[in-house]
Design a protein around this ligand. Structure first.
Ligand code: SF4
Ligand code: SF4
Length: 186
């Protein structure tokens, strides 16, 4: 996400990812209203209304709707981030890449937010790999193993693997990995 331009970033969070409601299918059960992490959905005149200035396109509403009545205009933000990573890494085709995941100061919220929220895991260290999908899967697994639960799911009722599954589909690596521990003496 950090390697793409401002206009694309804005679209990823708005016109491409914000949800569209199919009123024919919607039963007004309000599950999406309850689960939206930013409280961006309300029922207005028997229609689910999206606060466009609040919604960041996470895709939770689409995953929890039992009727398939609400979905991102194009794709949710996690799918689009994987697409963006694919485009950025495509610039290095044929060249060696090295990825570093910094598992330090692991906080509740994305750095898009003004304040990071609370600390959700203890520091783990650095991961180094050449597969974007594998390094993110290992990062997720290490945090979950440390905490003994699916940490991201405990905050947001959405599948934390969507981004990685799309990345795998786009050829950014596999979900399987092997960890080799390197201890660096001070
Ligand atoms: S995409 Fe996310 S933030 Fe936007 S309305 Fe749906 S659940 Fe809320
Ligand atoms: S979860 Fe689906 S069916 Fe229920 S109110 Fe939201 S859009 Fe309508």
């Amino acid at each position: 996400m950090g390697c793409i331009g401002m206009r694309t970033k804005e679209k990823i969070h708005t016109s491409l990812s914000q949800p569209v409601v199919d009123d024919e299918k919607c039963t007004q059960c309000l599950v999406c209203v309850e689960k939206c992490p930013l409280h961006a959905l309300t029922l207005v005149d028997k229609t689910i209304s999206v606060a466009r200035d609040v919604c960041f396109g996470c895709g939770t509403c689409g995953e929890v709707c039992p009727e398939g009545a609400i979905a991102a205009a194009v794709a949710n933000v996690r799918e689009l981030i994987a697409e963006a990573a694919s485009v950025v890494l495509g610039q290095f085709t044929g060249k060696p890449i090295l990825l570093i995941s910094v598992l330090l100061d692991i906080m509740e919220l994305c750095d898009c937010f003004g304040l990071p929220g609370k600390r959700i895991a203890d520091d783990i260290g650095y991961l180094v790999a050449n597969s974007p999908v594998a390094i993110d899967k290992a990062s997720l697994d290490l945090v979950d193993q440390q905490q003994g639960r699916s940490v991201l799911r405990s905050f947001y009722p959405m599948n934390p693997l969507v981004q990685l599954e799309v990345g795998k589909h786009l050829g950014l690596g596999d979900l399987e990995y092997e960890l080799a521990k390197i201890e660096i003496q001070p």
